[in-house]
Design a protein around this ligand. Structure first.
Ligand code: PLP
Length: 394
C-alpha cells in the first residue's frame, strides 16, 4: 500500500490502531498454498489471535486442515464456537480446564493434548477415567540439533530420540483412557531463523550450513520415531511438523502429513529474511506524529510494542511507511512516545500518521481490541481481536 493513500484513508481515526491489508493477506494465503503443494496446513492460532481472521483462513486456504492452539482455555473457547480438529500445541497442567475438556463429548472429539512426559499422560489418563472418556494425545518430539559447541534449536520436549519415545510408550501402556493419535516435531531452528538477513553475509552462510545439516538429521529422527510407533501398532491421525519458515524442507519428509503455519499470513517482520520465500506485510499499526523535536526527528504517540523472546534489536517494531523512517538507537519504540528520524520525501507534519510492523505476528493483537480490514484502499470491516472479545489467554 502507498503511504499517501493510507494516511488519507485513516487520518480521521483515533490512533493508535491496527490495520490488516486483506489484499496482502490474500496474496500470502495463495503463496502459502503454493509453497505447501497441497500438503495439509494446520493454522497456528497464536500467530493470528482474531476469530474473524481464523474463519477467513478456513474459508480461503484450500489446504486448511485444522488448528494449533496455544492454551487449553483457548482450545475450549474455539471448540465451543464450532472450531474442530484442534491440536493444543503445548502441554497443560490446568486440572480444571482438562476436566472441562474431558467431561464434554464435543471437546473430547475436537481437542488433542500435547505430551512429552509421563506426568502429562498420567494426569490426562486419571481425569479421563473420572469422566469415562478417552483423551487424544499427540507426542512432541524434540527436533533440535547439537553440533560441536552449538545447541541449534529450542528447549521444549524431553523426548530427544527413539529410546525416549519407546520408554514413554512402554511406561504408559497400562493407561487405558488415553490414545496416541499424533506426533509433532517443531524444527524451530529451521522454521524460525532467517538465513538471508541483510548485512550479515557470513552469519547467513553459517546458518545456511547448519540448517542443511539439521534438516537431514531431523528427517531421520522423525522417520525413526514413526517406525517406533508403527512397530507398536499405533495408528496416528496426523504427523505434524514445521512452521512458516520451513515449509519447503518439512514438505520433503513424506511421513509428515501436515505443516503448521501461522506467522506467514500476517507476515510479521521477523519472517522477512528467508532465502526460501517472500510474503507481503499484511498486518501493521498506525501511530500519530505529535511532536517534531528537530528538523529530521519526529515523535509519534505510543508504539512500544516489543516482541517476546531474547530481547535483541530484532524484537523491536520496524518502521514501515513512509519509507525512510528509522528508530533512534538510544530510545527505540517507547512506552508512550516513539521518536524516529525521517529523511524521506514525504512532507511529514504533526498530525500525520506513520505505520510500523510488529516483529511477531499474533502479539500485535494483544495490543488492540480491533483490526481494521482494508481492501483495495477502502475500509472493508472492523473486527475484534481475541483481546477485543475479552480473551487474554497468555
Ligand atoms: C509447536 C509450533 N509449531 C509451529 C510453529 C510455527 O508457527 P509460525 O508459522 O507462526 O512460525 C510454532 C511457533 O512458535 C510452534 O511453537
Amino acid at each position: 500500500m502507498e503511504y499517501k493513500v493510507l494516511n488519507s484513508i485513516f487520518k480521521a481515526l483515533k490512533a493508535p490502531f491496527a490495520i490488516l491489508d486483506m489484499n496482502a493477506l490474500d496474496e500470502n494465503i495463495q503463496e502459502i498454498a503454493k509453497r505447501s503443494k497441497g500438503r495439509n496446513i494446520r493454522i497456528a492460532t497464536k500467530s493470528i489471535r482474531c476469530r474473524y481472521v481464523l474463519n477467513y483462513l478456513l474459508e480461503n486456504l484450500p489446504n486448511y486442515f485444522g488448528w494449533m492452539t496455544f492454551t487449553i482455555e483457548e482450545a475450549i473457547w474455539l471448540s465451543e464456537n464450532g472450531f474442530t480438529n484442534i491440536l493444543l500445541g503445548y502441554p497443560t497442567f490446568e486440572l480444571e480446564l482438562i476436566e472441562q475438556v474431558l467431561s464434554n463429548e464435543k471437546h473430547v472429539s475436537s481437542i488433542y493434548f500435547m505430551v512429552d512426559k509421563l506426568e502429562h499422560v498420567e494426569l490426562l489418563n486419571e481425569i479421563a477415567i473420572k469422566y469415562n472418556a478417552h483423551a487424544k494425545l499427540c507426542i512432541d518430539v524434540d527436533m533440535s540439533s547439537t553440533f560441536p559447541g552449538i545447541y541449534f534449536g529450542v528447549y521444549r520436549s524431553s523426548i530427544k530420540n527413539t529410546a525416549d519415545l519407546k520408554s514413554l510408550i512402554q511406561s504408559s501402556s497400562s493407561f487405558a483412557n488415553v490414545k496416541w493419535k499424533g506426533l509433532m516435531g517443531y524444527e524451530a531452528q529451521i522454521a524460525g531463523i532467517g538465513d538471508n538477513v541483510p548485512g550479515t553475509a557470513v552469519m547467513n552462510k553459517i546458518i545456511g550450513v547448519l540448517k542443511s545439516k539439521s534438516i537431514k538429521e531431523i528427517a531421520e529422527r522423525r522417520a525413526a520415531c514413526l517406525k517406533v510407533l508403527s512397530d507398536n501398532s499405533i495408528n496416528l491421525d496426523f504427523v505434524n511438523g514445521g512452521g512458516t519458515g520451513s515449509i519447503e524442507s518439512t514438505l520433503k519428509e513424506e511421513g509428515v502429513t501436515e505443516i503448521t503455519v501461522g506467522s506467514g499470513f500476517y507476515q510479521s517482520h521477523l519472517f522477512d529474511n528467508y532465502s526460501n520465500f517472500k510474503h507481503k506485510p499484511a498486518l501493521f499499526y498506525a501511530l500519530r506524529i505529535v511532536r517534531k523535536p528537530t528538523d529530521s526527528i519526529f515523535t509519534a504517540s505510543g508504539g512500544g510494542y516489543i516482541a517476546s523472546g531474547a530481547t535483541d534489536i530484532s524484537k523491536q517494531p520496524q518502521p514501515f511507511l513512509p519509507r525512510g523512517m528509522k528508530l533512534i538507537k538510544n530510545e527505540g519504540a517507547g512506552e508512550v512516545q516513539t521518536p524516529f528520524e525521517y529523511l524521506g520525501k514525504e512532507p511529514l507534519k504533526i498530525g500525520d500518521l506513520v505505520f510500523f510492523r510488529h516483529a511477531k505476528a499474533g502479539e500485535l493483537c494483544e495490543r488492540f481490541n480491533k483490526l481494521i480490514l482494508v481492501r483495495a484502499n477502502k475500509i472493508e470491516q472492523i473486527v475484534p481481536t481475541y483481546r477485543g472479545e475479552n480473551k487474554c489467554f497468555l
